[in-house]
Design a protein around this ligand. Structure first.
Ligand SMILES: Cc1ncc(COP(=O)(O)O)c(C=O)c1O
Length: 445
């Protein structure tokens, strides 16, 4: 597969051009990468009006992911999520439908800002069994039960799959149900770009989602910030027509060409031998999971590139395990009191034995019995947008009982909101804030 963006920039950097354009470093070496860092100069194309090298590269990505259209983001999935909701808003307006979206409660905070900016009402789906805030596998049974009794049909379902702890929803069945009830399916696939390259693709687009975002940087060899907006061949026409407008509405006008080159280079890497590499690697990572289970660890989630340990069942807090690992130069993705999450990719091939030795070297202790606070359904006082645009003041969490939350980012570490702006802070929310160490809140004035 060709790499038109990389080729263009390399050639540009090799010619001794007078750089009388941005960026201000002019190609002078400070970090050592500046010669490859350019902007949308003539010939370098324009990200969201692409007709040249960027278009060619994004078309390569679309063919790899079998989409109708794939656009690059140099601002992660957060940008794509805002664009997805804008497209949904256009679709809802066109159909004369209320902008109401049904969403899994473990949505990332980017979804809340997108809902507020695009003025959506959100109807939440809560976990069927409470395993903490980060985890929510929306089941087809749960969705059917909800849709059969809802007073107003939402225009779409929004799910986060895989979630932060590695749960994967049954997107194939969920998408069939969405079609049956006339909903579109939007997926936050920030953690699952690699799913497209499993022996049988488990990518949301392959399984029936209309649109999804991937953070390429989370699981593929792409620089931080690199992401995709993928639109299915079955998506409403307006998604395809308006995709560039939607992205450019929320994006910076200065996309990073370093990230664009990284996404461009990834196409070549993914097209040639990656499937086989991933398959061989997942076999090895499954073997490690087996060895850990035999040692007495309890693992969580079903994603092949994540190892999530239920730390308390092994006698430790997740944060304690993280410290032990750090002492042995193993840095985890995430740890809270309950879980420790390690993210692996085939680029960790050489690290697997070391990881296994370190984890097997930690002795099991008596189980810690204390459980995370249950996720409960709070009372809503106003919509997300109304609360977010209200005058607000910051108070100690302990003094916020009965008040309306105004901030959208009151979250446990991976940005999953404990309470959503517009909701009344009740005793359950206060317990959760305390459990996750949140001391300050913004409340509606
Ligand atoms: C589930 C989920 N969705 C969306 C995002 C936002 O992605 P990005 O950081 O690529 O903007 C994250 C980031 O951690 C995430 O975990």
């Amino acid at each position: 597969m060709n790499t038109p963006i990389c080729d263009y920039v390399k050639k540009y950097a090799e010619n001794s051009n007078l750089r009388l354009h941005m960026p201000g470093h002019k190609g002078t070496s400070f970090l050592g990468i500046e010669h490859l860092d350019i902007t949308e100069i003539q010939g370098a194309d324009v990200l969201y009006s692409a007709e040249g090298i960027i278009k060619e590269s994004m078309d390569n990505a679309a063919s790899l992911f079998s989409t109708a259209k794939t656009l690059y983001s140099t601002e992660g999935s957060s940008l794509s999520i805002r664009a997805m909701l804008y497209l949904l808003k256009l679709y809802a307006k066109g159909k004369g439908r209320t902008p109401l979206i049904l969403a899994g409660r473990n949505a990332h905070k980017a979804f809340l800002s997108a809902a507020a900016l695009n003025d959506f009402n959100v109807d939440w789906l809560y976990p069927e069994k409470s395993e903490g805030l980060l985890s929510l596998k929306v089941t087809p049974e749960q969705l059917r039960a909800h849709l059969e009794k809802c007073k107003e049909m939402p225009v779409a379902l929004y799910i986060t799959s895989p979630d932060y702890l590695g749960n994967v929803s049954n997107i194939k069945e969920l998408s069939a149900l969405c079609r049956e009830f006339g909903l579109l399916l939007l997926v936050d696939n920030a953690h699952g770009a690699y799913l497209n390259f499993l022996k049988e693709s488990a990518h949301p687009i392959a399984l029936g989602a209309d649109i999804c975002c991937d953070s390429a940087h989370k699981t593929l060899p792409v620089l931080t910030g690199g992401g995709y907006l993928h639109i299915s061949k079955n998506a409403p026409e307006i998604f395809i027509e308006q995709a560039e407008n939607a992205m450019s509405l929320f994006a910076s006008t200065s996309p990073s060409y370093l990230i664009l080159q990284s996404l461009d280079m990834a196409n070549r890497y993914l097209a040639k031998g990656y499937k086989e590499k991933l398959s061989a690697f997942t076999e090895k990572s499954q073997n490690i999971k087996k060895a850990l289970t035999q040692k007495g660890y309890t693992l969580f989630g079903d994603e092949v590139l994540k190892i999530t340990i239920c730390a308390k069942k092994y006698g430790y807090l997740g944060t304690e395990l993280a410290e032990i690992l750090k002492g042995k130069n193993v840095v985890c993705e995430f740890a809270d009191k309950d879980f420790l999450t390690l993210m692996l990719t085939p680029e960790n091939e050489e690290d697997l034995n070391e990881l296994k030795d370190v984890l097997l070297g930690i002795e099991k202790r008596q189980k810690i019995n204390d459980a995370p606070p249950c996720v409960t359904v709070p009372k809503k006082a106003m919509g997300i947008r109304d609360a977010l645009f209200c005058q607000s003041i910051e108070v100690n969490a302990k003094e916020a009982s009965g008040k309306i939350l105004a901030s959208y980012n009151v979250s446990c570490p991976p940005a999953v909101p404990i309470a959503v702006c517009g909701e009344i802070i009740d005793e359950n929310a206060l317990k959760a804030f305390e459990y996750y160490g949140i001391e300050k809140l913004r409340i509606v004035k």
